[in-house]
Design a protein. Structure first.
Length: 131
């Protein structure tokens, strides 16, 4: 199985509140149980978010998910970047994937907030508050 790099962006559409994630948790045909995400390195957030039918997205990294005790595994889906977040409670996943923002604001936030590819959510929130 392909190991997704820690610096890979992990993007999930919607509000990503714990109840939303509970409703969205499924067992994938491959046998893993979790929530669907788009995940890749080398792509812009807006490219990953383009596959999502939502007006807002949450973004983190595979490394942040692993640091919280979960994992991101590549699974087949509607796009070649589909993956599944496993091993986290809905509350922990929600903390990593919210606050959610319109994809273009998050892209702008990531560009402004830090020279690193993906700032932690508080840094993004601070950057968005200055827009």
């Amino acid at each position: 199985m392909e190991r997704i790099p820690d610096d890979a962006l992990v993007v999930r559409g919607g509000r990503n509140q714990p109840d939303d994630l509970r409703r969205g948790t499924r067992t994938h045909p491959s046998g893993v149980t979790g929530v669907s995400v788009e995940c890749a390195t080398g792509l812009l957030l807006k490219e990953l978010a383009a596959a999502l039918p939502h007006g807002q997205v949450g973004v983190t990294t595979a490394g942040a998910i692993r640091a919280a005790g979960g994992d991101v595994v590549r699974t087949a889906g509607r796009s070649p970047h589909h993956a599944t977040v496993v091993g986290l409670s809905q509350e922990a996943a929600s903390r990593l994937l919210t606050p959610t923002e319109p994809p273009m604001l998050v892209t702008r936030c990531l560009t402004m907030a830090s020279p690193s590819p993906v700032p932690e959510p508080p840094a993004c929130t601070r950057a968005l508050s200055t827009l």
